[in-house]
Write a new protein. Structure first.
Length: 237
């Protein structure tokens, strides 16, 4: 059996000044202080308020604040901090049942080590919803979904189950595990207390419809995905 390779190291020169201290040497563990500061800002700053009656804060400012919050809380500051994830906004209204935005990547040359790298860009459309809360909730779910994809693209190892996926965006074993854990953390009323689905079953169904694979019911139960519903969504009889 092939020996499992170490995950990619995060170098200080990949990070904005001030973010490097949330990493231990070569590993991906955030300090307790970084997480505590992020939670303190979340509960204390009005920009995180999604209620419909808040009308004086632009959606783009809210989503930018949440991107920084989620990056520090779940991704160790390695997306915005590495300058490899660019968040943009479009005033056009997302079509009913259509894409909520556009996720893309481009190749770049890392001048630090002369190696080819990637920059990921997320363009978020204005979301549909019966009020401000639901439209922002949809945008946040889409943003978190893409942040998981980007993190895996940047830092996961390239062998074994870590790299097993069924689509070009990386919706495989590792993505499902990560997305489920983040959904649970965000919905915890003692933590963030927000109901933000990441579209896990929809992502899996779309991937399996194009890249068929067999998944045991035991694994689907672990992800809290109903096999019959998944089969119907993936177009299976």
């Amino acid at each position: 059996m092939e020996r499992h390779r170490k995950h990619r190291r995060v170098r200080d020169y990949n990070l904005h000044a001030g973010l490097a201290e949330i990493f231990t040497s070569g590993l991906h563990y955030p300090t307790y202080l970084a997480e505590k500061l992020a939670i303190h800002r979340f509960h204390g700053e009005r920009i995180f308020d999604l209620r419909p009656e808040v009308e004086d804060i632009p959606d783009s400012a809210v989503l930018t604040a949440y991107f920084q919050f989620f990056d520090e809380l779940f991704f160790f500051g390695s997306l915005g901090g590495s300058k490899r994830f660019i968040l943009k906004f479009d005033s056009r209204l997302a079509e009913e049942g259509g894409p909520r935005g556009k996720f893309s990547k481009r190749e770049v040359l890392n001048v630090q080590d002369g190696k080819q790298g990637q920059i990921f860009e997320l363009l978020i459309y204005r979301q549909r919803g019966e009020n401000r809360y639901y439209s922002l909730r949809a945008a946040l779910g889409f943003m978190l979904q893409v942040m998981c994809h980007t993190f895996l693209k940047l830092w996961q190892c390239r062998t074994g189950e870590c790299n097993e996926m069924w689509s070009e965006h990386g919706a495989g074993w590792a993505w499902q595990d990560m997305a489920l854990a983040i959904e649970d953390a965000v919905s915890d009323r003692h933590f963030v207390n927000l109901d933000i689905p990441l579209g896990r079953i929809e992502m899996l169904a779309d991937s399996l419809a194009v890249y068929p694979a067999f998944l045991k019911d035991e694994q689907l139960r672990k992800w809290r995905i109903d096999p019959k519903r998944l089969g119907k969504m993936a177009g299976r009889k």
